[in-house]
Write a protein that binds this ligand. Structure first.
Ligand code: SF4
Length: 168
């Protein structure tokens, strides 16, 4: 949490690599249209994939999609609509592993891309810890700004649920 009282969470870490303006808007509860078709599709895939394994885990202000035991190992998983933003997905899962480590659970993670039938194991190594700490500091800096950064056209704008708000 920063001076604004707004806690950092996995969603904000995810958007940190996408668009800083979006981080500010989400942190300040200016949420996008929940009926936007991209938001609805993402929610459908999220809610209907890996239903058998799904055991959401709530720790502090993070919510992990599933916890799976494989070969005596426990893994936490995060389900994503596509690998188009896999850098963001990796960072978000590393952030979850980082938080879990703070709670004494040193475990690995798996990213699931159900539409692509692909998964990727994520390990929290030293470099990842630095990466996560930089992102946390960055998110806190953005949240503390009095107003969001002005919109800047990025690759993701065309599929962003805030597009009308930013560019209409
Ligand atoms: S439309 Fe573009 S500038 Fe606006 S919040 Fe989305 S990604 Fe950021």
């Amino acid at each position: 949490m920063d001076d604004s009282g707004i806690p950092v969470n996995g969603t904000l870490i995810w958007y940190y690599t996408i668009c800083h303006r979006q981080v500010w808007l989400m942190a300040h509860h200016l949420t996008p249209d929940q009926q936007d078709e991209k938001v609805v599709l993402g929610r459908f895939i999220h809610e209907n994939s890996y239903k058998r394994d799904r055991h959401e885990l709530l720790i502090g202000n993070i919510k992990i999609d599933l916890v799976r035991g494989t070969g005596g190992k426990t893994l936490v998983g995060e389900i994503k609509k596509s690998s188009r933003s896999e850098q963001s997905a990796r960072l978000q899962l590393k952030y979850y592993l980082y938080v879990l480590r703070k709670y004494g659970a040193d475990i690995n993670g798996v990213l699931f891309f159900p539409e692509e039938k692909r998964k990727e194991e994520i390990v929290l190594d030293e470099g990842s810890v630095k990466e996560v700490e930089t992102a946390i500091a960055g998110v806190k800096r953005i949240i503390a700004l009095p107003v969001p950064d002005p919109p800047v056209k990025v690759h993701w704008c065309h599929s962003c649920a805030y597009a009308e708000f930013c560019w209409a």
